[in-house]
Every structure is written in C-alpha cells, then in structure tokens.
Design a protein around this ligand. Structure first.
Ligand code: GUN
Length: 286
C-alpha cells in the first residue's frame, strides 16, 4: 500500500483563491485587511517564514507591513512598537515571529498584542476561547492540520488521535481542536514512556516534536492518517519532517509531505485570521 498524499500547496491554493475574493469584498466596503509582521534578529529560518507570510498577503491583495529590528532590541522598544500597531487602524493583525532574543520575554510580548489583532492565536484570551469552545482566533498550524483532515472528509468522531508534542503553538491547541471534533486524544512528549505503544494505537497521528524522522513505519498503525508538522534539516541541509516519509507512506492511508504539507497551510490560516479580524471591524461599523 502507498498512502495518498495530502498536498498542502494545492489545498492552500484553493483556499487563497477564495480569500482573494473576500479581500476584494472588504476593499469594496472600505477596509483593506492589513497584517503587521515583526521580526527581531536575523534567525535565517525566521527570515524565510516572515518573507513567505508577507508575500502571501501581497498575493491575495492584502496590505502587509514588515518590521525588522536588530537582535539587540530591548523588550520596552518592542512593546512600544506593539502599542503603536494596536491603535493603527490600517493594521488588523499583528504577528511577532518567534523565537525572540533572550532579553525579551515572549509571554510579555504576546500578551501586549491586542486580543482583537492576535491573528497567531497565542494570546491568553485566544487560548482560553479555544479551551472553552468560545469564538476566538485559533493558532494557525494546528488549524491548518485540521483543515487537511477536513479536506479528505475525515470524521474524527470516536477516533483515537495521538499528538506527539506539547508546545503552546502546536501540540496543546491541536489536542483541543481534535477533542472538539469528538476524537479521543492522547498527548505524547519527550518524557512519554514507550511512545511506540501509543503511536501504534493512533487512527490519526500528528507529529510536532522537531526531531527528524522520529516516527518510523513500525510505529504507525496500518491505515492511519499521518500529519507531519516537523520542519527539520537532514544531513544534506534538505528540509524534512518528524516522520520518515518514505517508510511511513507504505503503512499509512494518508500522509502530509515536508515540504509542501502543513507549512503552506499555516500561512493560509494566518490569512484567514487576518481576514476575520478585518471583517469584524467592518461588522462593528454596521
Ligand atoms: N515560530 C514558529 N511558528 C510560529 C508561528 O506560527 N507564529 C509565530 N509568530 N512564530 C512562530
């Protein structure tokens, strides 16, 4: 058996066509959706991510602002920039790329962003809303994973979903989203005893740990759906995921590739959140 590939680029393309239409409608109503992206320092991976986010905005006709600061920036300076953007009416979403240099506390920065502009979904108010099933911005990467499951018509009800990874950005929100869809959810992490015993039970396996090729074919139940959130480099410097793609695709029924899987969907969900933020401004005017 060879698994079907869930193509994140193709899926993103179809979502973004629709978002381009939504931008047009908002512009006709006097609002150009705007995203501000802040990068502090010169982390090469972050530079690529940030550039792709800004390009994606431009592609669908959204306004974007890219603010780059050197690695020595103080926390007070960054908070000042956020305060300015919080009250800038041309900006509907604010994203501070993580990680930040060590003199800056990421929690202080995230909480300083207005919850109405928290398109990353990292604010405590957004996290609380997801936890309680209330309306709020969802973190982009796990939301993108969920859209990938939806794209294959997968019904999570009663299924065992195993999430490997417990970060605030992916693992924890992913588990809550799967739970909201009536899956039985297990969260595994670096201290989990006998990881394989758990992954072998997974109908849906989400790998989000940042360890290349951690998930091998012998750890996957035949027919499982495997979502790979990993963004690692192999010995040749090539991008690779947390899943041994070549091996696991022989066992799984569906699998996401790296690159071209979850990555583009993360940016697509960022566009969706920014559109929603702009739409809520329009709605509040009527
Ligand atoms: N660093 C890695 N992933 C993300 C993300 O989704 N948002 C931000 N702001 N930083 C990140």
């Amino acid at each position: 058996m060879s698994a079907h590939i869930i193509d994140g680029r193709q899926l993103s393309h179809s979502f973004r066509l629709d978002y381009g239409q939504r931008v047009k409608q908002l512009v006709e109503n006097g609002i150009t959706p705007g995203l501000a992206v802040i990068l502090v320092g010169d982390n090469p991976a972050s530079q690529v991510y940030v550039k792709n986010k800004v390009l994606a905005c431009k592609d669908i006709g959204m306004h974007s602002l890219m603010l780059q600061f050197d690695a020595g920036m103080t926390q007070a300076q960054l908070l000042g920039e956020i305060e300015r953007l919080n009250t800038d009416p041309s900006i509907h979403g604010i994203l501070v790329q993580l990680p930040l240099p060590k003199q800056i506390d990421p929690q202080a920065v995230i909480q300083a962003i207005s919850a109405q502009k928290d398109v990353d979904g990292f604010h405590l108010e957004s996290a609380g809303a997801l936890m309680c099933g209330a309306k709020g911005y969802w973190p982009c990467t796990p939301h993108g994973c969920l859209k990938m499951l939806d794209s294959i018509g997968y019904d999570l009800t009663g299924k065992h979903a195993v999430v490997v990874g417990r970060s605030n950005i992916v693992g924890k929100p992913m588990a809550l989203m799967l739970l909201q869809r009536n899956a039985t959810v297990s969260i595994c992490h670096s201290q989990t005893a006998n990881l394989k015993a758990l992954t072998l039970q997974a109908d849906v396996l989400v790998a989000a740990v940042g360890i290349r090729h951690l998930i091998t074919a012998d750890m996957v139940k035949p027919g499982a759906v495997v979502i790979d959130v990993g963004m690692n480099r192999d010995d040749q410097g090539k991008l690779c995921g947390d899943v041994d793609f070549e091996g696991v695709k022989q066992v799984a029924s569906f699998i996401t590739p790296v690159p071209g899987g979850v990555g583009p969907m993360t940016i697509t969900m960022l566009l969706a959140n920014t559109l929603d933020a702009a739409q809520s401004i329009l709605d509040s005017q009527h």
